[in-house]
Design a binder for this molecule. Structure first.
Ligand SMILES: *Cc1c(COP(=O)(O)O)cnc(C)c1O
Length: 426
């Protein structure tokens, strides 16, 4: 094979011809990443303002994470769970102490972890709560995004994600997000086993609910004897300025955040940044009374909890703590929103900015089916910053959490300049 690099055009043509068209990527072909930066095959440098949907909170190719992966890859990669391995127990102790739960169940993708939470919740409902067989219902919210499996898309209200994939899995009650009255009504139904919710709806366009929505929802679930399940796959691991977005009333300095919170979700779902974007790792965390309903043979995954995943996740969580990423996300997020607000105030093109920590979005002043947000993202790319529209007219901004103030201000000026150019040319 001749070692010549493909041009961007050639790489895109290959994906187009040989790959399923299940994504619509921005036309940029990335070849290398380091920290907050990525480079395309032609060598052009960009700020990564998506961070692989918040998987790269620790930045690209963090040396500590990569070293952990390489060292373990040379030693033992996979045993399956048919045998014990010398790393999994260490990881399980580390991650449960880190988030203050009794037990963890490791999987690979976020969707698998959500599926795991649904299965555990249902089993708990039948065996602990006494719900009649196959009658358990789980409350979910409009605008949810929890992944792409058949069961998960069954309770989505995104037509594009759902249409023509039926028959759908029953057993879900969908209510409006950020609506405690609707939750109260839903909790009155028979056989409710749990509520599955995102503390901030990321895919829906970074919808931040009212300040006390999550805490109150959790309290109402607890009072009704219903499991409260927080999907923190995107919001968790320092992204929103706290270790977990559900954290409340704590200073959140690294580990043990949950123990200081006024409440604790019955199940936490984690993915994405738990590996710092280096390897597919996901997990659910719960206490014994919930997790112990799962017995041998009832759930699993060949790769779940493998030694590389375990080492990578410990390194990735170690980076979050040692580099104080939650506090940096908090500070940089406040600065970013205040700078974006200046653009909102001075531009007709940008309607508003919203978010928490470094999970933010701007809403473009155009119809949802317009291509304006996409066109702005293409223009941002030309100016050296990569972001992606979500749901039509919304652009999500979620850089790695290691971003410095100087880098952030550079990005703010790229965004401001791009918006001004765009307004001038249209
Ligand atoms: C990304 C995401 C998932 C699914 O994770 P995958 O690894 O893509 O399967 C689930 N829930 C939320 C909130 C997410 O953002």
């Amino acid at each position: 094979m001749i070692d010549t690099k493909l041009t961007s055009e050639e790489a895109i043509a290959l994906e187009d011809k040989y790959g399923a068209h299940n994504y619509h990527p921005l036309p940029v072909v990335l070849d290398r990443g380091e920290g907050v930066y990525v480079w395309d095959v032609e060598g052009k440098k960009y700020y990564d303002f998506l961070s692989a949907y918040s998987a790269l909170n620790q930045g690209h190719c963090h040396p500590r994470i990569i070293n952990a992966m390489i060292e373990q890859a040379k030693k033992l990669t996979l045993t399956s769970r048919a045998f014990y391995n010398s790393v999994l127990g260490e990881f399980e102790k580390y991650v449960t102490e880190y988030f203050d739960y009794d037990k963890v169940l490791p999987m690979n993708s976020g969707a698998e972890a959500v599926e795991t939470a649904i299965k555990v919740c249902r089993k708990w409902a039948y065996e602990k709560k006494g719900i009649p067989e196959s009658a358990a219902k789980i409350i979910v919210c409009d605008g949810n995004f929890h992944g792409r499996t058949t069961t998960i898309i069954s309770f989505s209200n995104d037509d594009n994600a759902r249409d023509n994939f039926g028959p759908y899995t029953p057993g879900f009650i969908r209510i409006p997000y950020n609506d405690l009255d609707a939750l109260e009504e839903a909790l009155k139904q028979d056989n409710v086993a749990g509520m599955l919710v995102e503390p901030i709806q990321g895919e829906a366009g970074v919808f931040v609910p009212d300040e006390d929505y999550i805490a109150n929802a959790a309290k109402m679930c607890q009072e009704s004897g219903v499991l409260f399940i927080a999907d923190e796959v995107q919001t968790g691991i320092a992204r929103t300025g706290k270790l977990l977005a559900v954290c409340k009333g704590c200073s959140c300095e690294g580990a043990k955040c949950q123990s200081k919170a006024g409440f604790k979700p019955d199940i936490i779902v984690l993915g994405k940044a738990i590996s710092g974007g280096a390897y597919p790792v996901s997990a659910i965390l719960a206490n014994d009374e919930v997790m112990n309903v799962i017995q041998p043979g009832q759930h699993g995954s060949t790769f779940g909890g493998n030694p590389i995943a375990a080492k990578v996740a410990m390194a990735a969580l170690g980076v979050v703590e040692d580099e104080d990423l939650a506090n940096n996300a908090q500070r940089m997020g406040e600065l970013f929103r205040s700078e974006m607000q200046k653009i909102v105030d001075s531009s007709d093109l940008v309607k508003l900015v919203r978010g928490k920590g470094l999970l933010n979005a701007i809403v473009i002043n155009d119809s949802e089916d317009s291509s304006t947000a996409w066109d702005i993202c293409v223009a941002l790319k030309e100016n050296g910053l990569l972001a992606k529209p979500t749901h039509g007219n919304i652009i999500r901004f979620a850089p790695p959490l290691i971003m410095t103030e100087e880098q952030l201000m550079d990005c703010v000026s790229i965004i401001g300049k791009t918006i001004r150019e765009f307004e001038g040319s249209n």
